[in-house]
Design a binder for this molecule. Structure first.
Ligand SMILES: *[C@@H]1O[C@H](CO)[C@@H](O)[C@H](O)[C@H]1NC(C)=O
Length: 458
């Protein structure tokens, strides 16, 4: 179980890059795509004002080259051992580049929308997926405090098949990222898997101990990871959707090392300081198999509005509620049909019930403080993330198929979606669905009831 030595391996982000500044390349100017959103007051979504925002792509997707030339510092899934013999020299020898959002990464922003393409064949390389953050200005992420508020957006994921995940979520990242490139170059990511696939962590390179992935030609795992609380408002494709808070203690940005990281990237998933599994609401997983999908109650063959309410105040998060709006009609979240489960929203009682009914031996959400700790993570201020990805660890089967694959699909909690257990292999989805894409738009944020017309009594 969690022991105190794991916490000692964690250093606070205050120790950041005072000594070394990461260098910025001059080949491509960094120009953030503009994306406006709305801040709402009053009731019913009628009093909202435009906020001029911008988005930035994460540092991991960027070209890293030697400071006085074009040689790669990172190539494929390996670091250049000459330029990067250790974390410190790597930082001194290498520069991070600006991004050609559309040409290299297949990212286009409309006035209030963002479209992420899955595969983009650029001049030099083929790009797969992307991860972007909403910014307040050139050098600062927009910080959201979710408790007591409501977050609403439109999404079109009609072109996302099994194995892909068009995600919109929040993490407790630092507002300015790290070092000289800072938030402007998309630094500072962290999540509840204690991300170890990051090339830069805490303002330093993550080259030491880097192991190239065996099945991902672009990724690897470093010795260090970046942990923080994560609120997954939306992890979805056209087959399945999940709403999932993940707690951490501490809640804010924390660096872990090796086996004490836990999560997806570590041998012992449960050795870290974050909840890698989450307390989730997936309609299919709680027995409602005809609710979400193409032609169903929430019809994924067309655009929908997704409303998420965070009831409570201050750090006290009481309940997370979900509504959909499609063709002008408000659709409430369904009641589970699995015996022993009640309610159509996430509360601490829901999570306790889930653990019991799904017979989860380990339930890290509660171990790391449950809803109470999630509320504290939210109170730190969270950054909005939008991403499109495929899954080199579990083929996204935890979202859209039966998982674990060797468990009886009739056992409560195993069936999560109608995708085949053989689906979602990255090499397959990359070759069969290169044109897959997700479009997020019309983001609204404000106090409960301010972003949409909530029917009385719901
Ligand atoms: C690695 O970096 C060195 C400079 O430190 C450079 O000369 C060399 O070409 C790079 N190797 C590759 C494969 O890019």
């Amino acid at each position: 179980m969690m022991s105190s030595f794991a916490f000692k391996a964690i250093t606070a982000f205050l120790s950041a890059s005072a000594t070394t500044a990461q260098l910025i390349g001059k080949e491509q100017t960094e120009t953030h795509p503009k994306m406006a959103w709305k801040r709402c007051t009053g009731k019913g979504g009628n009093s909202c004002t435009n906020v001029n925002g911008e988005v930035v792509i994460d540092a991991n997707w960027r070209w890293l080259h030697v400071k006085d030339g074009y040689a790669n510092c990172y190539d494929g899934n390996k670091w250049n051992a000459t330029a990067c013999p250790d974390n410190k020299q790597c930082l001194q020898n290498c520069a991070i580049e600006g991004a050609d959002y559309q040409g290299t990464y297949g990212i286009t922003a409309g006035s209030d929308s963002l479209t992420l393409k899955f595969i983009t064949k650029g001049q030099y390389a083929t790009n797969i997926g992307s991860r972007l953050y909403l910014m307040k200005d050139t050098n600062n992420y927009e910080m959201f405090k979710l408790v007591g508020n409501e977050f609403t957006f439109d999404v079109d994921l009609s072109q996302l098949p099994c194995g892909l995940n068009g995600a919109l979520y929040f993490v407790s990242m630092p507002q300015k990222g790290f070092g000289t490139p800072g938030a402007k170059y998309g630094t500072g990511y962290c999540d509840a898997q204690c991300a170890r696939d990051l090339k830069y962590i805490n303002g330093e390179a993550n080259v030491e101990g880097w192991e190239p992935s065996s099945n991902d030609p672009n990724a690897g795992v470093g010795k260090r990871g970046a942990c923080c609380a994560e609120m997954d408002i939306w992890e979805a494709n056209s087959i399945s959707t999940a709403l999932t808070p993940h707690s951490c203690q501490p809640e804010g940005y924390a660096v872990c090392e090796d086996t004490t990281c836990g999560g997806t990237y570590s041998l012992d998933r449960y050795a870290g300081s974050c909840d890698a599994n989450g307390c989730d609401f997936n309609p299919y997983r709680v027995g409602v198999k005809d609710y979400y999908g193409k032609g169903m109650t929430v019809d994924t063959s067309k655009k929908m509005t997704v409303v998420t309410q965070f009831l409570g105040s201050g750090t006290d998060l009481q309940e997370i509620k979900r509504f959909y709006v499609q063709d002008g009609k408000v659709i409430t979240n369904p009641e589970p049909t699995i015996p022993g489960m009640t309610g159509n929203s996430l509360t601490q009682a829901w999570c306790d019930t889930e653990q019991k009914v799904f017979q989860e031996d380990v339930y890290p959400f509660n171990k790391f403080g449950g809803m109470a700790s999630m509320g504290k993570g939210m109170d730190l201020g969270m950054v909005l993330v939008m991403s499109l990805w495929d899954d080199h660890y579990a083929n996204m089967l935890w979202l859209d198929s039966s998982y674990p694959t060797d468990a009886d699909p009739e056992k409560p909690g195993v069936a999560r979606g109608s995708c085949d257990i053989g689906s979602g292999v990255p090499a397959d989805v990359e070759s069969s669905s290169p044109n897959a894409q997700v479009k997020f738009s019309n983001i609204k944020f404000g106090p409960i009831g301010s972003t949409f017309a909530q029917p009385a009594g719901t």
